[in-house]
Design a protein around this ligand. Structure first.
Ligand SMILES: Nc1ncnc2c1ncn2[C@@H]1O[C@H](COP(=O)(O)OP(=O)(O)OP(=O)(O)O)[C@@H](O)[C@H]1O
Ligand SMILES: CC(C)(CO)[C@@H](O)C(=O)[O-]
Ligand code: BAL
Length: 292
């Protein structure tokens, strides 16, 4: 497995692979890999001949008051997991994207150009992280340009991000297929996430309320449709009762992410949730009515 830090070397590696007729998959990550990430790698291996995993904690998607400094990191552990999975290359750039804050240290490289996805970057995660999707879209665009993959694999745990990347790829004519991998859960139902490691034992138990509430929604609906607001109340109350703080609970169309008022049988909607337990913000969601 090649571990590559320089963009020029990464690009040269990809070009050589393509020249040899190989189909290249990219799995973008921020590291501290868990089984959810490894599922993305498995999917990448199934749809391509060679797999690149990028590991980069992207400063451009964190505001100054967020957890960039404490985001979990484990370079050696990650490399061991990827080696075992027989990944072909790890792209671990030291510096790729600028930070949105002027207090960053060391200073970011000069950067005047950003990618914005006008509608999908609004709402949901952007309410509390207004800078977030510009940082994600810009760095994913850079990763696409450097790694030049045929296919890129994203997790549906970050549902808004996945839809935004799909849209950016289409709008900017990247010749890249975007694959979305279903959300992977721990045995007790909690959505796998690198940040789970920062939950206190008490909050790790308490946050099970999120997935339990989401799981229960399908049953509510099977009884014959429901108002979106009723579903939201069920999930909000469950989170509040478990000691979590709701960031958002929204019932939206799977493709457009536009809120719906009522869910009836056959509608393909997704219930998107973000909630904080202590200072750890977690995402979860459930697709209802199958996958659009
Ligand atoms: N439980 C999961 N199921 C499916 N995909 C996942 C899961 N967790 C992460 N991913 C995907 O892995 C990719 C890299 O994500 P990232 O490295 O930020 O990990 P993370 O667990 O989402 O971290 P965070 O704690 O920041 O939420 C993203 O496409 C993300 O959606
Ligand atoms: C897509 C991504 C790698 C961009 O930094 C990040 O947002 C993530 O890991 O989900
Ligand atoms: N997977 C989400 C990355 C972030 O929260 O910054």
């Amino acid at each position: 497995m090649e571990v590559i830090e320089s963009s020029a070397t990464m690009r040269a590696w990809s070009r050589a692979q393509r020249a040899a007729g190989r189909r290249i998959a990219l799995v973008p990550t921020m590291g501290y890999l868990h089984e959810g990430h490894l599922e993305l790698v498995r999917r990448a291996k199934a749809v391509a001949d060679v797999v690149i995993v990028s590991i980069y904690v992207n400063p451009a998607q964190f505001a100054a008051n967020e957890d960039f400094g404490t985001y979990p990191r484990d370079e050696e552990g990650d490399a061991a997991k990827l080696r075992e999975m027989r990944v072909d290359a790890v792209f671990a750039p030291r510096r790729l994207a600028p930070s949105p804050s002027s207090s960053s240290s060391p200073p970011p490289p000069p950067h005047e150009t950003y990618v914005t996805v006008e509608n999908l970057q609004r709402g949901f995660c952007a309410i509390t992280r207004p800078h977030f999707f510009r940082g994600v879209a810009t760095v994913v665009c850079k990763l696409f340009n450097i790694c030049d993959p045929d296919v890129a694999v994203f997790g549906k745990k970050d549902y808004q991000q996945w839809r935004l990347v799909e849209r950016m790829t289409r709008d900017l004519d990247f010749a890249i297929e975007i694959v979305g991998v279903p959300l992977m859960r721990e045995e007790d139902g909690v959505a796998m996430s690198s940040r789970n490691v920062r939950l206190t034992p008490k909050n790790r138990l308490a946050c099970r309320a999120v997935s339990v509430a989401l799981e229960g929604l399908e049953a509510t609906l099977m009884a014959g449709g429901a108002l979106a607001s009723s579903l939201q109340t069920i999930v909000r109350d469950a989170i509040a009762m478990s000691g979590g703080e709701v960031d958002y609970v929204e019932v939206v169309d799977q493709l457009t992410l536009r809120p719906v008022e009522r869910v009836t049988a056959g509608d393909k909607v997704v219930v998107l949730v973000a909630a904080k337990y202590g200072d750890v913000r977690l995402l979860d969601n459930v697709e209802i009515g199958g996958e659009a």
